[in-house]
Design a protein around this ligand. Structure first.
Ligand code: SAM
Length: 282
């Protein structure tokens, strides 16, 4: 407990499949708190029963009414220690908890992590792709057109991209990635990590699509996609330059559109001309 007698909010990671990955300090913490806030109380009951943790549970979701976070914060204020867990992995990482943690911090409560599994970091760590700089983008939009718009935003980034994807969308998402990022980017897919059907695939995006679309087993279970960042000169044309040239080429000859865009963005005139040609032929 804090010196001011308030309770501590513990953000406790739980396994992403294999219960053997539950860290001892997570068990100790869950056994010691007054109440456990869960994404889904019924789901978490199995985990808690497995570790003989018999504590009151309350449901917490960021979209739930404000009352549930208010009640949790009030209990912290009264001196109760509280743990937040999600269905699997690290809370707040594409999981509930952001509002609660942000409000608890604003109100000066102590918030402490009990680190453990996280699917994004686990996949990245075995992907063989650069890990010095990466961008975690959570789930891409479900609709193809919105997904492509999001991907355009990431196209020029040189950092590795890590995202979560649902199995029934995996083929479409890889196809959209090829359309926007090109088929040559190195990629990696981690499926069902730590579980019975754990599978790792790697290759260019085009090769990954071939492997996944021809094997329905690869379209099942939980999936993390890891994609290499921009390296080629075409990739490095900024998203702004692409937007500018696509507007200018409607009004000007391609050579002129390319040279004006080069002046505005500092980009390479020849590369921009080639880009204009490819846009014109789409
Ligand atoms: N907070 C969790 C974490 O720290 O990993 C992620 C929660 S998010 C709602 C669930 C997504 O994580 C799944 O749809 C999948 O993309 C990914 N995921 C979770 N467990 C996984 C596993 N065992 N193998 C592969 N991907 C997994």
């Amino acid at each position: 407990m804090n010196s001011n007698q308030s309770g501590t909010l513990y953000i406790v990671a739980t396994p992403i499949g294999n219960l053997g990955d539950m860290v001892p300090r997570a068990v100790e913490t869950l056994q010691s708190v007054s109440v456990i806030a869960c994404e889904d109380t019924r789901h978490s009951k199995k985990l808690l029963d497995h570790f003989s943790i018999d504590k009151p549970c309350v449901a917490y979701h960021d979209h739930a009414d404000k009352k549930s976070s208010y009640k949790i914060l009030k209990r912290l204020g009264a001196g109760d220690d509280i743990a937040l867990i999600s269905d699997a992995g690290t809370p707040l990482i594409s999981d509930p908890g952001y509002r609660l943690v942000s409000e608890a911090r604003k109100q000066g409560y102590s918030v402490v992590p009990i680190p453990g599994a996280c699917a994004a970091i686990s996949a990245l760590s075995v992907s063989g792709l650069p890990t010095d700089s990466f961008r975690f983008i959570g789930f891409l939009p479900a609709k193809s057109s919105s997904r492509k718009t999001s991907l355009v935003e990431f196209k020029a980034g040189t950092e590795t991209i890590v995202c979560y994807e649902a199995p029934h969308r995996i083929v479409d998402t890889i196809s959209d990635m090829i359309d926007v990022l090109g088929g040559d980017r190195p990629s990696f897919m981690a499926r069902e990590m730590t579980k019975k059907f754990e599978t790792y695939l790697h290759g260019s995006l085009a090769e990954l699509l071939e492997q996944v679309s021809t094997d329905s087993n690869q379209q099942r279970g939980e999936i993390v996609l890891v994609v290499g960042g921009a390296t080629g000169t075409t990739d490095l044309i900024s998203v702004d330059a692409e937007k500018i040239i696509s507007l200018l080429m409607k009004e000007l000859p391609l050579t002129k559109a390319a040279s004006v865009t080069a002046k505005i963005t500092g980009g390479d005139k020849k590369q921009l001309y080639n880009l204009a040609l490819s846009l014109q032929n789409k």
